[in-house]
Design a protein around this ligand. Structure first.
Ligand code: AMP
Length: 139
């Protein structure tokens, strides 16, 4: 299937809708997931359009993984996490709901399972506070 630029992350990248941004460079943006599966759940989104990993340019992937690592390291520190889960879903059958490539960075805590994927909207104030914590750890 072809990339469709009406998806919500394309709108965020074009500045048409807001997000709780924590990082931006020429290649990518990172912001808080509005329906976090754990406290501090963030998303890393390359600016170059592709539906997912399957149709992505390998050169884009080569540039995005160091950023995924950078956000993961900052996230572990910012949220005092015991570990970090990284997830990336491909197509509906693979669990994908937004069809612009992105990586999930989810802080993990001993004994705490992840919340259900894309189910419960977090309060804007909590997202804003978490964005500030992550930005501070990235600074
Ligand atoms: P996926 O199933 O991998 O496509 O996940 C898409 C993710 O985007 C889910 O975790 C949603 O909670 C999240 N999400 C959807 N809309 C927004 C939005 N406007 N801002 C931030 N995160 C979003």
């Amino acid at each position: 299937m072809a990339y469709d630029d009406s998806n919500i992350f394309a709108k965020i990248l074009r500045g048409e809708i807001p997000c709780h941004k924590v990082y931006e460079d020429d290649d990518a943006i990172a912001f808080m997931d509005v329906m976090p599966q754990s406290s501090g759940h963030a998303l890393v989104v390359p600016k170059t359009p592709s539906r997912n990993l399957l149709d992505a340019d390998p050169a884009v992937l080569a540039r995005i993984i160091p950023l995924v690592q950078k956000i993961a390291v900052a996230s572990k520190s910012a949220f005092n996490a015991d570990g970090i889960s990284i997830a990336q879903f491909n197509e509906t059958a693979g669990g994908q709901t937004v069809f612009h490539l992105h990586f999930h960075i989810m802080p993990r805590y001993e004994g705490q399972p992840l919340q259900i994927h894309a189910r419960k909207m977090e309060d804007a104030a909590v997202l804003a506070a978490n964005a500030e914590k992550l930005k501070a750890a990235l600074a």
